[in-house]
Design a protein around this ligand. Structure first.
Ligand code: SAM
Length: 248
């Protein structure tokens, strides 16, 4: 889901956004952004079906961001989008996550599979567990809603199923608790396999850095446009002279 910051980055390039905004951030802020970028995982993500409770949707987004996952896939139901969560619930954390919206799990799964992900349903009765699931390739985990769990169609659209081991009388975990348990365990296992906390490609890191700088600074879009105008008016005449054959 792109917004005006993404459009700015696409139009002027991330380097220009970073150059214009970096002087306005303290060394500590830039170091913090770099540390979070270094620990961002792009190869593990969650797909969550529309929830009944917007607090569950918000908690799922917030948990995956806090675990350092780069993206989140929301299945918007006919009743509206509970993932368009108010700032008070997510504490604004959804801004730091790449939020994708899909009409159903099958469509989300097809798009992720095309990018090299294995798509796995989370089902309390599954024999494979989060301890035994192979984590040597990118993984997307699909979660069902609070009442019914994943639909049979959603489970059929996945490449396998996994459970969180349970030892009590209760038959399933709460949805957002499940997202936390599954994604925390698999993020830890995936980072161990990678031998690094993060795995984003260099160009994705640069684009995210530009985006996060812009999110941190009020009026960032105007600032980037103004700096660009000033640079063009200073640089353009010199560039033109150099381009004329035989000049200088
Ligand atoms: C409250 S549960 C739904 C329970 C539903 N009756 C079922 O059997 O799936 C909501 C979601 O949390 C996840 N979940 C809960 N407990 C789980 C477990 N032990 N193993 C795997 N996923 C679980 C699943 O994604 C499930 O769809």
């Amino acid at each position: 889901m792109s917004d005006e910051i993404d459009e700015l980055i696409a139009r002027v390039g991330p380097a220009r956004v970073i150059d214009a905004l970096a002087p306005m951030l303290s060394d500590e802020r830039r170091a913090r952004i770099d540390a979070v970028l270094a620990a961002r995982l792009g190869s593990l993500t969650a797909i969550v079906e529309d929830t009944y409770d917007p607090h569950n949707a918000a908690a799922a987004v917030r948990t995956t961001e806090a675990l350092g996952l780069a993206e989140f896939h929301a299945i918007a139901g006919p009743s509206g989008d509970r993932f368009a969560t108010p700032k008070g619930i997510t504490r604004g954390c959804h801004r730091w996550v790449e939020l994708h919206r899909w009409p159903d799990v099958a469509t989300a799964a097809a798009a992720l599979r095309a990018r090299g992900f294995r798509v796995i349903a989370t089902v309390p009765a599954a024999a494979e567990t989060i301890e035994t699931l192979p984590v040597d390739a990118p993984l997307a985990l699909a979660f069902g809603n609070e009442h019914d769990g994943l639909t049979p169609a959603a489970i059929a659209a996945c490449d396998g199923a996994v459970s969180i081991p349970m030892f009590g009388f209760t038959q399933s975990f709460n949805l957002s608790v499940s997202v936390g348990l599954v994604m925390a365990r698999l993020a830890d296992r995936r980072r161990r396999v990678l031998g690094a906390p993060g795995d984003l490609a260099a160009d994705r890191v640069v684009r995210l850095r530009a985006r996060w700088y812009a999110l941190k600074i009020k009026g960032a879009i105007d600032i980037v446009e103004r700096v660009g105008d000033q640079t063009r008016s200073v640089v353009a005449p010199e560039t033109r002279t150099r381009d004329i054959p035989g000049s200088r």
